[in-house]
Design a protein around this ligand. Structure first.
Ligand SMILES: [Zn+2]
Length: 255
């Protein structure tokens, strides 16, 4: 797959999934939304910076890593099976990367911008500080380089994780039985909303991104059940204006 189609396919998938979920969560909401359009505009402004940054920096770094990856794999090691193994390895890696973002103070400064959202909807799945997006792409490129992951697999992974981010932050009300069955395999809103619970113990749990298995394997699954009353955000902190969110990771003091 060419460099241009990589950019195009990811953007098209995200655009249509965003429109569909944004509509669905307003037609069938799980909880009453707060914050109004001003909040959505703030999240989409952060997303717009990343949309500009992505083709200029993030995708070239990723494509370069895939094109120059180490060739240590045995001959004939391709097809659906090896691709699934790669997807699992990448998903396991971003589980740890997400967990590290909660532990290392300088990384939390950037990741906190995502967590400061005080309610969740599809736009929260696009709300990331450009610093986090940049740092993630560098570290992911190293993993792609070392594992020798083919570009096609990287594209599938990027699209899958981006769509999953929109879905798991969404406020769409799913039938309980469906969500229960899905959550055995993938990260559903009921799992990920607990990660956004404004209680530090829960914020530091449920780190999985695509497959829900990793939190169970590595002992970070929360027992908290999502509820409509559950406060969302960062314990002891309030959401900020767009300018303050952009500048917050670079501040000297903790105020
Ligand atoms: Zn997090």
């Amino acid at each position: 797959m060419s460099f241009e189609s990589l950019i195009f396919s990811k953007a098209v998938w995200i655009f249509f999934a965003f429109i569909a979920l944004f509509g669905a969560e307003r037609a069938f909401p799980m909880v009453a939304l707060r914050g109004g359009l001003q909040r959505v505009a703030k999240n989409l402004s952060l997303a717009a910076v990343n949309a500009i940054l992505s083709p200029l920096i993030v995708i070239p770094i990723t494509a370069f890593a895939a094109a120059h990856a180490l060739h240590w794999r045995p001959e004939g090691w391709d097809g659906i099976g090896p691709m699934l193994v790669d997807l699992l390895l990448l998903d396991c890696w971003i589980y740890f990367w997400h967990r590290i973002n909660h532990v290392v103070p300088v990384l939390w400064r950037f990741h906190e911008i995502h967590h400061l959202d005080e309610t969740l909807d599809t736009s929260s799945g696009l709300r990331f500080h450009f610093g986090e997006v940049f740092l993630s792409s560098i570290v992911r490129a190293i993993v792609i380089f070392l594992l020798g992951v083919p570009l096609a697999t990287v594209v599938v992974f990027e699209v899958a994780v981006s769509l999953m981010a929109l879905f798991q932050h969404s406020n769409v009300k799913l039938p309980r039985w469906l969500e229960q069955q899905l959550s055995k395999i993938i990260v559903t809103p009921s799992i990920h909303w607990v990660h956004h619970h404004a209680l530090r113990r829960d914020t530091d749990s449920n780190y999985s991104n695509f497959f829900s298995i990793w939190d169970h394997v590595f002992g970070t699954a929360s027992t908290t059940q999502r509820s409509a009353e559950m406060p969302i955000g960062v314990e002891g902190a309030k959401d900020k204006t767009l300018t303050r969110l952009v500048m917050r990771p670079f501040r000297v003091t903790n105020r």
